[in-house]
Design a protein around this ligand. Structure first.
Ligand code: XLS
Ligand code: NI
Ligand code: NI
Length: 441
């Protein structure tokens, strides 16, 4: 059965093309800075938003018109697998990602849920044999079902902790079975609503214990995926423990987990935390903790996780800048944790949205590489911090300065010269690079 037969295979036609079913900037084989675009970008499709999502919101029912909507149970799950692999091929996306409950229906019992999963995992494995698309990461949904109302690994109820642990155990087995490159932990309800009824210390300690158990089990079964924590400051709980990269990194270090994890950074989560996307990427990068990216964007006027497909070229450029400076994403990738708007309910929109996202990051990659090649920001930064390369600055950086030597130096200063940061000029330069990157093509 074909679900996207009317849609052509999407190929690169270049920026001058007005064919909506073509890439304008994503040219998979084009070499940028020594690697192909495909190798740099490692795009992934989020199964939940593209095949499971019905586009409901807190105020209204689902609107998604999907050719598999008439089915239910395992038949529905199987149809989605067929549709997914057809979709991956049409777009030429190298990866996909899923939660356990995205791919298979939950049963009455854990045993039954696992059985359903086995059926669909077996089917996915068969499809993967004939496909170039691999599993970027899998995870388990330990937040939707009412049993997780008070959290999963940070729940107040030990039975819930055990249930969540059992689901992760299965998730690790599934990841191994399908050759996942990474395994993600997003703490869906790992946080709290109010401190009035919360033992924060026990919850955090339990979260630490939970992650250690996962690390140990993965090792035991020989599942060598990269483990990723996905920070998010709030939603659904008012305070999520993995608030942002900085707090997540402190958590990992406190519980001696820092060598086993990196971060999966989502753009919309960064903005919810009051950061820019590039701030989170930078913070992770300079600590050697940048693992993977959930590529989306939030709405500037809305304070929640709207998970829009990325279209802001300024943001994708600055994100790709950090990724290139990181030396790439390694085993990670750019997973479109993004959904079409509720008003974009036709199945064609799924394809068009991915074209938008892939083109936006491809353009960002090209501009970012040019900015790096020309040293645009590097030159500014080098010049701006030049005082630390010699004299008193050098003594601070190399650790030979102390308060006494600095006082002596400061007492001898005859005024301090500070210089402009030239922010507006740098922004003007970036605009010029953005507009010129595709001039004449
Ligand atoms: C929700 C998260 C979620 C994770 C995977 O906000 O982004 O989709 O990526 O559980
Ligand atoms: Ni995400
Ligand atoms: Ni999110």
């Amino acid at each position: 059965m074909s679900y996207f037969s009317e849609i052509p295979t999407i190929t690169y036609e270049g920026p001058a093309s007005d064919n909506p079913y073509a890439f304008k900037f994503y040219n998979p084989d084009e070499v940028i800075g020594g690697k192909t675009m495909k190798e740099h970008l490692r795009f992934g499709v989020a199964y939940w938003h593209t095949f499971t999502e019905d586009l409901s919101d807190p105020f209204g029912a689902g609107t998604a018109e999907r050719p598999w909507n008439h089915l239910s149970g395992l038949d529905l799950a199987k149809a989605r697998v067929e549709a997914a692999f057809e979709f991956f091929e049409k777009l030429g996306v190298p990866y996909f990602c899923f939660h356990d409950v995205d791919i298979a229906p939950e049963g009455e019992t854990l045993r039954e849920s696992n059985k359903n999963q086995d059926v669909i995992v077996g089917m996915i494995k068969e499809y993967m044999k004939d496909s170039d698309t691999k599993l970027l990461w899998n995870t388990v949904n330990n937040f939707s079902h009412p049993r997780f109302v008070h959290g999963a690994a940070s729940a107040n109820n030990a039975d819930v902790f055990a249930y969540a642990a059992a689901k992760v155990k299965k998730g690790l087995e599934v990841g191994k079975e399908l050759g996942a490159e990474n395994y993600v932990f997003w703490g869906g309800r790992e946080g709290y609503e109010t401190l009035l009824n919360t033992d924060m210390k026990l919850e955090l300690d339990n979260l630490g214990r939970f992650f250690h158990m996962a690390v140990d089990y993965a090792k035991e079964i020989g599942f060598n995926a990269q483990f990723l924590i996905e920070p998010k400051p709030k939603e659904p709980t008012s305070h999520q423990y993995d608030f942002d990269v900085a707090s997540g990194y402190a958590f990992l270090q406190h519980y001696d987990l820092q060598d086993h994890f990196k971060f999966n950074i989502e753009a919309n989560h960064a903005t919810l935390a009051g950061h820019t996307f590039e701030h989170e990427l930078r913070y992770a990068r300079i600590h050697g903790m940048l693992g993977s990216v959930d590529a989306n964007q939030g709405h500037p006027l809305l304070g929640w996780d709207t998970d829009e497909f990325p279209s802001d070229l300024y943001a994708t450029t600055l994100a790709m800048y950090e990724i290139l400076k990181n030396g790439g994403l390694g085993r990670g990738g750019l997973n479109f944790d993004a959904k079409v708007r509720r008003g974009s309910f036709e199945k064609e929109d799924l394809v068009l949205a991915h074209i938008l996202g892939m083109d936006s990051f491809a353009a960002g990659l090209k501009v970012a590489q040019k900015l790096i090649d020309d040293g645009v920001m590097d030159n500014v930064v080098e010049d701006r911090y030049a005082s630390f390369n010699e004299g008193i600055g050098k003594s601070i950086v190399d650790g030979t300065a102390d308060l006494r030597s600095l006082e002596e130096y400061a007492l001898g200063l005859d005024g301090i010269q500070t210089r402009s940061g030239r922010l507006e000029s740098i922004k003007a330069t970036i605009n010029r690079y953005l507009l010129q990157a595709y001039a004449g093509e």
